[in-house]
Each structure stands twice: as C-alpha cells, then as structure tokens.
Design a protein around this ligand. Structure first.
Ligand SMILES: [Zn+2]
Length: 300
C-alpha cells in the first residue's frame, strides 16, 4: 500500500510540474479579457474594437512577435451599405529556418452592441472568436520559444463578421509573396463543445494534409478531433466558405480550419465567458499546436 501511495504521489507531482507547451492560465486570462464588456463586442470600426487592438498589440509585444515595417497594424476599408468602415488587421511573424510561410489566423472582431437590448446588450463573442484569438496568442508564445522551420505569420483579422473583410484585405496585400504561403491554419470557435468534439475542415480538398492531422487524432485526450464539414454536398454544413480561411482557399492555398459545431449561444448576446469550457478550450489549442508542429516539420 505504501508503494502504491508513493507512486500515486509521484504521478500527481509529475502532472503538476510537467511543462505544458501552452500556458493555460494565460490562455484563460486572454479569452476572459477579450470577451469582457470593456471591448463592447469588438465590432470593426468601433471604440471597443480599438481598445481590443491595444490589448492584442500589447500581447504581441509580450510574445516578442516580429513586426513587418515596424508595425502590427494594417488598416483597410470596406463598404457597408453607404458607409465606409475602417477595419484593422493585426499581424507579425516569427522567423523560421526557411522563407516558406504558414499563416496562422483567427478573427478578433465580433458583432458589437445590440440596439435596445436590456440589461445586457453586448455581444461578447467569447467563443466567436475570443477563443481563436486566445489560441493565436498561445501559439505565438510557444513558437517564439521553439523556432519553427517555416516562417509563421500570426494574423488577428478584423471584419470577419462583415464578410471576411480582413482576410480579403490580407490576401490582396500579403506581407510576403502569395507563392510562399504553403498553408493557412484558421481557428474560429474552439472554446466549447458538449460532445468534446473539435472539427478540422479542409482534408477533403487538401487530402495531402491528412498526415499532419493524424498525430492530433491518434494522441487521444479529452478532445476528439474529427475531420469533416468540407464537402460540397453538405450545403450549409460545408464550412469551407464560412470563415477567413476561405480567402486563402480561393487562391488555392491549402487550409485547415478548426472549429466546433454551432451551439445555442452562437451569434447571441449569451456567447459569454461563462459558457467557455476551460478544459475543452485548452485541449483544443493543444490539438491545433500538434497539427501545426507536424505540418511545420513535414511541409516543404
Ligand atoms: Zn467567427
């Protein structure tokens, strides 16, 4: 019995002190901050969006993300009816051993404030998409400490909710020639799922990427990675055109999109931090990391 207790203690100690590649405390802090009322729903062109940009740029700086042209800020303009709106993409890079690039993306914008709603009128967008944005920050912190083979460009997109506007602006004027971009990994809604399922979408059009996803599938864990939502015949359940990765796909750049199936709080005022499942969220980010590591090693 003594031996059993002793080894149990050792196991517990190992679990406590084992170095995780992702700082879970910081991850939760980031999603909680980004989805707080302070940012007023992060709609493109608003005061809340601007505040969120300052937070994100501070976090980019903390991580040591390199900036192109001394700035992380890339404004762009788009039309919304008669109105001209200014959106702002935020991006930078971690230099790899080669100039071939993988672009890792998540949109930070959301729906803003609902007019006339009381008492809560803020679309916090915790899952959509403070979750993906927090994942982006965690991945850049990891790769800053573990130099990648590819140059990794980390992009927080604006204006996704207005029709993938940030992604459209990015691919129009990318920081490196499009031919150098070998993959886009996009995260949009990775923070909760009652069935513990995370989808990876893109293997039907890009079956050559399957070998990089297999590790994440086979390593088990609490979150199950399922391939799907990427076939034409699935209609509106085909997610290929439903978030920023679509703009890369249109240029025939291979994509892998990570996300969960819709939940009742999707695009509702109730998509709040309290609905995030911290364990699922953390495990999801680890899965994306596993795939990114594997693609980074394997892709030319
Ligand atoms: Zn989204």
């Amino acid at each position: 019995m003594k031996i059993v207790i002793h080894s149990l203690l050792l196991l517990l100690a190992a679990g406590t002190y084992a170095q995780s590649p992702i700082d879970s405390t910081q991850l939760i802090k980031d999603i909680q901050t980004l989805s707080s009322d302070k940012y007023e729903g992060r709609m493109a062109g608003t005061r809340g969006s601007r505040q969120a940009q300052f937070y994100l740029m501070g976090r980019f700086k903390d991580a040591g993300l390199s900036a192109y042209h001394n700035t992380y800020e890339y404004p762009f303009y788009f039309k919304q009816g008669e109105k001209q709106i200014m959106g702002t993409n935020l991006f930078g890079y971690i230099k790899g051993r080669s100039d071939a690039a993988i672009v890792v993306t998540a949109h930070y914008d959301h729906l803003g404030i609902k007019k006339g709603a009381t008492p809560d009128s803020i679309y916090n967008g915790a899952d959509d998409n403070a979750s993906g944005t927090g994942g982006l920050l965690a991945l850049m912190a990891y790769f800053k400490k573990n130099q990648p083979e590819h140059t990794l460009i980390f992009v927080a997109f604006d204006g996704e909710e207005e029709g993938l506007q940030g992604a459209k602006a990015f691919v129009k004027q990318p920081p490196v020639p499009v031919e150098r971009i070998v993959l886009n990994i996009n995260m949009d809604m990775i923070g909760r799922n009652d069935k513990n399922e995370l989808y990876v979408c893109g293997l039907t059009p890009y079956p050559e990427l399957k070998k990089y996803v297999d590790d994440a599938v086979s390593t088990g864990g609490a979150v199950k990675v399922l391939s799907g939502h990427d076939k034409k015949e699935e209609g509106s359940n085909n997610w290929i055109n439903q978030s920023d990765h679509y703009e890369f796909h249109k240029l025939k750049i291979p994509i892998l999109y990570f996300g969960v199936e819709d939940h009742p709080d999707y695009h509702q005022l109730s998509d709040e931090f309290s609905g995030i499942q911290p364990s699922f969220y953390y495990q999801s980010v680890l899965k994306v990391l596993t795939v990114l590591q594997s693609a980074d090693k394997g892709l030319k």
